[in-house]
Write a protein that binds this ligand. Structure first.
Ligand code: PLP
Length: 367
């Protein structure tokens, strides 16, 4: 935080970037230590056991049957999205996104000189939905060749229903739009919520690509590994030509295998804790800051708080939070102009820390 942000000090409470304050599953850490004990850190490749661990996870958690040959390892979902755009679209092509959305989507589209096409989400009292008519119109334009779906959605927290996913998939497939579904938050669901990988709904189709990773689920972003599921043989060929052989970190390979094979109980406990933190924040805000609008997200550990009734502009709100409350959140406009008036807060921390942060926010706003 101190490297990235100027306005922080040693007492600033971090609720910003999407990682957690919790230690990784013990089995994952043990696997890293075991691997280190083998003393050599040479070039490494994924073996059959690695692929099996991933296929089993997808089957167990999402009833999704995938083939080992369709798994491609990348150093992250963000680099993978960049590589997919570079290999499967041309300069000037339009790429559809749904703002407010995870900001690297826009950054990558701009960086790769594609055209950002926004199918803005519709906000009705904090509940977000998709403007399908607008999506269809944009998908019909032959210049728009790819859509980046965020599922579950960061920052609005929606877990898309099967019906919504079916409609998105149909619109893309009928119009020759490649659907890249970023499902990195797929394990982080509220009790009772179900995530469906959109590709599972279209078993006979192969122009849907799914970006997955163990890193968000198991708090291991620094290990830099993700698994991209590409079924289309022509896409696979382009990906391989563009990226060459896969040589992931041996520590990341060991950690992924252990997390998927032995981390399920840890995840179940984490989900209960996250549910509880969100319920706590909901009560707290309703009591102490009823002007802030907040709907418990169906997925992710990120909450999207609407401060707009306070009437501050975004810069002023940001200043109050960092300078007066001494908490670091993510300003809503990072996710697009549609995020004006909002702040994203990461609740994956001990409840005591969350409570302290909320107290500081309440005090600063009531000053
Ligand atoms: C929707 C989404 N995609 C991708 C990432 C980052 O992925 P990676 O670290 O694998 O590049 C994040 C991190 O917060 C995210 O929220």
């Amino acid at each position: 935080m101190q490297i990235m942000e100027q306005d922080v000090n040693k007492d600033t409470l971090p609720f910003w970037i999407a990682d957690m304050d919790f230690s990784c599953p013990p089995a994952m850490l043990a696997a890293i230590k075991d691997r280190a004990d083998r003393l050599i850190m040479g070039y490494s490749m994924a073996d059959g056991e690695y692929h099996e661990a991933i296929c089993n996870w997808m089957e167990r958690r999402f009833s999704w049957n995938i083939n080992s040959e369709d798994i491609f390892i990348s150093s992250g979902v963000v680099p993978a999205i960049k590589d997919l755009i570079l290999t499967l679209t041309n300069q000037g092509d339009g790429v559809i996104i749904q703002r407010p959305v995870y900001y690297p989507f826009s950054a990558i589209i701009n960086l790769t000189r594609r055209t950002l096409v926004n199918n803005a989400l519709v906000n009705s009292d904090g509940r977000y939905s998709i403007d399908f008519q607008d999506l269809e119109q944009k998908a019909k334009d032959p210049v728009n060749t790819m859509m980046l779906l965020c599922s579950p959605h960061n920052p609005v927290g929606r877990v898309w229903t099967d019906e919504e996913l079916q409609r998105i998939g149909n619109i893309c497939l009928e119009n020759g739009v490649i659907l890249v579904s970023d499902e990195i938050h797929f394990d982080l669901l509220r009790t009772g919520a179900n995530h469906t990988p959109v590709a599972r709904l279209f078993p006979g189709q192969n122009s849907i690509i799914t970006c997955t990773a163990p890193t968000k689920t198991f708090n291991a972003a620094g290990l830099q590994i993700s698994n991209i599921i590409i079924k289309n043989k022509a896409f696979q060929k382009k990906w391989k030509q563009h990226l060459g052989p896969e040589l992931p970190s041996p520590l990341a390979l060991a950690a992924t295998k252990a997390a998927y094979n032995e981390g399920e109980e840890w995840l179940e406990q984490l989900l209960v804790y996250l549910d509880d933190n969100l319920a706590f924040m909901d009560r707290y805000l309703k009591n102490k800051l009823p002007e802030v609008q907040f709907v418990i997200p169906q997925g992710t550990y990120l909450a999207w708080l609407d401060f707009s009734t306070y009437g501050y502009n975004d810069r002023e709100l940001g200043r109050i939070l960092i300078k007066e409350a001494n908490v670091l959140l993510e300003g809503g406009t990072m996710f697009g102009p549609e995020g004006s008036g909002f702040q994203r807060i990461n609740i994956a921390c001990p409840k005591t820390v969350l409570e302290q942060g909320l107290k500081r926010i309440v005090a600063a706003l009531h000053r």
